[in-house]
Structures are given as C-alpha cells and as structure tokens.
Design a protein around this ligand. Structure first.
Ligand code: ZN
Length: 218
C-alpha cells in the first residue's frame, strides 16, 4: 500500500479512523503533505481511551519528533488486529515517572537507531499500569515483521521471560485492548502475541497466557 494520492483523500481517511487533522492556517489542502517538513502535527483523537484510562500523550514524554518520511500512513480500512509485546530487555519494575520515561526513551532511541520513523509501538504500558502513547495511530506501526498493516502494537515494559507483569499492568492491558477492540470493531480471535506471528519469544512465557485470555474477554 502506498501513500494516498491526494491529501484530501488522506484527510478523509484519517477522519474515518477517528483522527483529527489540524488545519494549517493559510495553506490550501493541496499544498499540505510531502512538501511540508518538520514535526508531525497530527493529533489523533484518543478520547475513546483517555475517557476511560489515564493516557500520557507522546508529546508529554518524547523529546524526539517522529520522521514522517519514514512512516506509512494508516488507511481507511483501519485496524483489525492487535498484537502484544514485551520490551524484552531488562527486568523492569520501576514505577517512578522519571525512570519510566527513561525506559521509553530507550525503546524510542533503539527504534530510531534502526531507522524507524518513530517508536514502533502505538502504546506502551509501564509496571505501574500507566499507558503511554507511542507512534500515532495515524501511521501503521513497526512491531511485527510483515504484519504491521491494520495491526495495533502494544508493548508492556519488562522482560516476561524473566518476570511477571504487575497486576496493574495486566489490568491496563485488558482495559486498553478492550477499548481499542471496541473502537475498531476488532473481531474475536484477532488479538495476538508477537510469537503467534513471528519467530520470537515475545511477549514472554509469563505474559503470553494472559495475552491468549484477551480473546475470551467480553
Ligand atoms: Zn514483540
């Protein structure tokens, strides 16, 4: 799938995803887009999440702007699956905001080093159960090789081959997955662990059973 041919249709696409496209004063629509460089100004409407679950937006924690030239815009068909991950590096039980932000910076920095346009996941959940926005839902993620289109990526900070997720982390995962599933009308059976789609241990042996249970949630 390539980038949409006109920015008017892109605007319509984004509206269909429930994403707001801020108007840029003085610029006709046709001049927006590839000629415009600099920070991504898209502000997805995530009230369907933030009404129910405290959500830290990307701009509240990330010091590096996404590079839109390396991101692929989501299309009108939206999202029809969700994939869960673990960060998979160190055991993480930090709950202080500053410690968590440095973990998030580490994930983002690692992905930028791999020349991703932004952190690969759409949402990140810390050990305290806080939910942090990652890559805008206006763009496909970069979290499962060959399966990123239409696939919301959620990562839990920690290494669940070596530790268990906290109760708060599991509860936030369940709530977030439920909200995203309902918003995009994602069908039963379409919630995966990374291991279901690729050769990896992710999301780890202690988390995977909880991920499988998500498909049975009401
Ligand atoms: Zn993974």
């Amino acid at each position: 799938m390539t980038v949409e041919s006109s920015h008017i249709s892109r605007r319509r696409f984004l509206h269909s995803l429930g994403l707001a496209v801020p108007a840029i004063a003085g610029l006709p629509l046709a001049s927006m887009g590839s000629a415009v460089r600099g920070p991504v100004t898209l502000a997805p409407d995530l009230r369907f999440i933030s009404k129910e679950l405290p959500l830290r937006r990307r701009h509240e924690w990330a010091r590096v702007q996404p590079n839109p030239d390396r991101l692929r815009p989501a299309t009108a068909a939206g999202y029809h699956r969700i994939t869960l991950h673990h960060a998979g590096m160190d055991v993480i039980r930090s709950t202080s905001e500053s410690a968590v932000v440095s973990c998030l910076d580490g994930v983002l920095g690692g992905h930028l080093q791999r020349r991703f346009g932004d952190v690969g996941y759409h949402f990140l959940i810390d050990y305290a159960g806080r939910v942090w926005e990652g890559r805008s839902l206006a763009y496909w993620g970069a979290h499962v090789s060959g399966h990123n289109e239409h696939n919301v990526g959620i990562v839990l900070l920690g290494n669940f081959e070596r530790q268990r997720a906290s109760r708060a982390q599991i509860q936030s995962m369940q709530k977030l997955v439920g909200l995203v599933r309902d918003h995009y009308n994602i069908q039963p059976g379409a919630i995966y662990g990374h291991i279901d789609l690729g050769r990896t241990l992710c999301p780890g042996r202690y988390l995977y059973p909880q991920v499988q249970r998500l498909n049975q949630m009401a």
